[in-house]
Each structure stands twice: as C-alpha cells, then as structure tokens.
Ligand binder design. Structure first.
Ligand code: GDP
Length: 192
C-alpha cells in the first residue's frame, strides 16, 4: 500500500479537468485520502521541486535534447547564453515555478496498491504530444518542449505526480499536515 501526491496544475484547473482527473483515479479503485484547492506561493513551489544538482541538470539535459531532436531554429547560446545543462535546468525550473504559481491548483493524496506507478501510468508521459491516448495528458493536452522552450515557459501538461517513494514522502508532508490525511475504508478495501 502506497501514498502519492498529485497536483492538478493551473492549466488543468482552467481546462475544467478537476472532475475528469479525480474520476480517472477513482474508477481505477485508487483512494483519495486528502483533497484541497490552493494558490501556491513561489516559496511553496521552490520547496516542492528538487534543488539538487542531478535533478536540475536532468531538466537541462532534456531541454538540450529537445533542441537537437526538433532541430530548433535558434541555438542554446542565443536563447540561454550558455550550453551548460545545469544553468539551462535552472531556467526551466524558474519557468516551472512561474507557471505553477500562475493560478490555483488542486492538491490531493492518493492511496492504493503501487499507487505511485499506477498514477504515473494514468497521467501518461511528460511530453503531451507523445503521451499515449487513454492517459490524461494524452487525451487532453498537446504541448511539446521545443515550442515551450521557444516561448520560455514550462511544458503545460496538466498534472504533477510524485515520481518515486522518496519524492512522495517529501511532497505529502510539504502539502498536507498529518491530520489532513484520512484513513477510511472504501468498497475496494473489502475485496482486497
Ligand atoms: P514530470 O515528472 O513528468 O512532470 O516531468 P519532469 O520532472 O521531468 O519535469 C517537471 C516539469 O517540467 C514537467 O512536468 C514540465 O512541466 C516541465 N518540463 C520538463 N522538461 C521540460 C523541457 O525540456 N522544457 C520545458 N520548457 N519544460 C519542461
């Protein structure tokens, strides 16, 4: 049994996808144990996204890869003044924080067997243009990193979900107090 954190990002809220998102988790038999709408501050988002070298460099490497894959009309030097993955990652992290604080989000904690992996599969892969139909990102969004980078903004992909156990633990305690996490039995629990 695992718990994972999901955020419906500002684009998901503005596209009226709160109900649809919750429905997809519930129809899978996953249990919502905490739920709230909030307008996050820059400080909250800064604490939410990892600050370690590996994570920021990874984000920068993804951006560099999309410049190569999509044969961008501009160069990294023209757009960022650097080709260093860490420095580029820092810019993308900043765009992400700006995007996440641009409107209200819906935060929730989801519990269930292997819920971290199960939720990631339901939302689909990071890049909406390549997300499989049937996933939330694959059904309701079409953004791509080359276009987002050109506009100097984060890829808009509707949902955030914890990537692993460590992230889930950090994110759940950041967004909810222990009293806000509810333990109760659903119909599903009687069949497990
Ligand atoms: P996730 O766990 O699927 O959300 O993906 P990541 O942890 O790799 O990235 C965090 C968020 O940063 C993504 O959900 C996107 O909103 C954004 N993002 C990721 N890669 C890129 C990129 O190459 N360019 C831009 N502009 N945004 C990106």
């Amino acid at each position: 049994m695992e718990r994972t954190l999901v955020l419906i990002k500002p684009d998901g809220v503005k596209k009226h996808l709160i109900g649809e998102t919750i429905k997809r988790f519930e129809m899978r038999g996953l249990k919502i144990v905490a739920l709230q709408m909030t307008w996050p501050t820059k400080e909250q988002m800064d604490s939410h996204y990892p600050k370690d070298n590996d994570w920021i460099t990874g984000l920068g490497k993804n951006t560099i890869r999309s410049y190569e894959e999509f044969e961008s009309p501009t160069t990294l030097i023209e757009d960022y003044g650097t080709e260093d993955a860490y420095e580029i990652g820092k810019s993308v992290r900043e765009w992400l924080i700006n995007f996440m604080t641009s409107g209200p989000i819906v935060k929730m904690v989801i519990e269930g067997l292997h819920s971290i992996k199960a939720v990631r599969k339901i939302i689909g892969q990071t890049i909406p243009a390549f997300a499989e139909p049937g996933t939330i990102r694959g059904d309701f969004s079409i953004d791509s990193p080359d276009y987002a980078n050109l506009k100097k903004r984060a890829v808009q992909n509707l949902i955030h979900a914890s990537g692993n156990k460590q992230e889930a633990e950090h994110e759940i305690q950041l967004w909810f107090s222990p009293e806000e996490l509810h333990s109760y039995k659903t119909i599903q629990d009687f069949f497990l």
